[in-house]
Every structure is written in C-alpha cells, then in structure tokens.
Design a protein around this ligand. Structure first.
Ligand code: PCA
Length: 153
C-alpha cells in the first residue's frame, strides 16, 4: 500500500463517507492513527450540502486534526472519484505530525479556489471536523449533485 493519505472530513471514522474508505471492495486501507497538519489551514463547513473544506490557504486557521491511512492504488482511485480530484478538490502532499511526534508526508484534499465571501461567511474555522459538531451544519449526502455551481446555490 504505497499511498499515505490524511483525511479530515467526511472520510474519518464515524463520519458520513467513512465507508468509501473502509469498503474493501474498492481497495485496501490501513489506519496509521490520528495526526495534525504541520501547516495551519482554514477548515470550514460550507455550500448547500454542508461540506467540510480545507482551503488552500496555508498559514490561516488552525493546524487540523485528522486521520492518516495507508491505502492502495485502487482505494486512491475510489477516493479521488468521491472528491472529484482534480476538478473540485485538489489532492496535494503536505506534512502531518503523528501522535508519536513523527512527521510524515501525506496526501490531503484541499479546495484550490473559492469565492472570497466563503471565508467571511464561515467565520468559524474548525480544528477537528465532525458532521454532528457544534457548528450545527450536518452533512447532506448529495449523490446527484449535478455540477459544482449547484453546490453554492
Ligand atoms: N472528505 C475528504 C476531504 C473533505 C471530505 O469531506 C476528507 O475527509 O479528508
């Protein structure tokens, strides 16, 4: 399993898309543990489906808490499909710190572009995402989200 991935949103254990990661029908995975990003990022819940987004603006927000997995190429393909990489989220390599203090390189899905108003409206920048968190914006499953534009209506 040659890919290391850091997940911070709906792919985490107990979150709405965890099965996309843990379904062994679409590839293999191994949980390495919890970790924190070395850079800070703005982590916001936004759009009409209440999607968690880590915005590609390192240095702003907080160091984000998530989970690190080793996955195989099949699983990476399944995740890229869900996250619509590279047309929506963009998968990039960043540094994350494991609970042990070990620093690893891992892939993360970042939102590369957004409307300026997004950061102003979502005044709350999270450290650790949970769909049922105190932000009060529970994730809405959107199997038939037709277009990216539809998200922001
Ligand atoms: N899924 C990916 C990116 C945001 C999301 O909801 C993740 O959990 O890391």
């Amino acid at each position: 399993m040659s890919w290391t991935i850091f997940v911070y949103g709906t792919l985490k254990r107990g979150e709405p898309n965890e099965e996309v990661l843990t379904d062994t029908g679409t590839g293999q995975f191994e949980l390495l543990g919890k970790a924190t990003t070395l850079p800070k990022y703005p982590l916001v819940v936004a759009s009409k489906y209440n999607i968690p987004f880590c915005l590609k603006e390192p240095g702003k927000g907080h160091r984000i808490v998530g989970e690190v997995y080793n996955i195989d190429a099949d699983k990476l393909k399944a995740l890229d499909e869900l996250e619509a990489h590279p047309t929506f989220y963009c998968r990039e390599i960043i540094e994350v710190e494991m609970a042990s203090g070990e620093v690893k390189e891992a892939w993360i899905y970042l939102l590369p572009t957004w409307k300026p108003s997004l950061l102003e409206e979502s005044s709350e920048m999270l450290v650790e995402y949970s769909s049922k968190g105190s932000h009060g914006r529970e994730y809405v499953t959107s199997e038939n989200c037709e277009s990216e534009e539809d998200l922001w209506k």
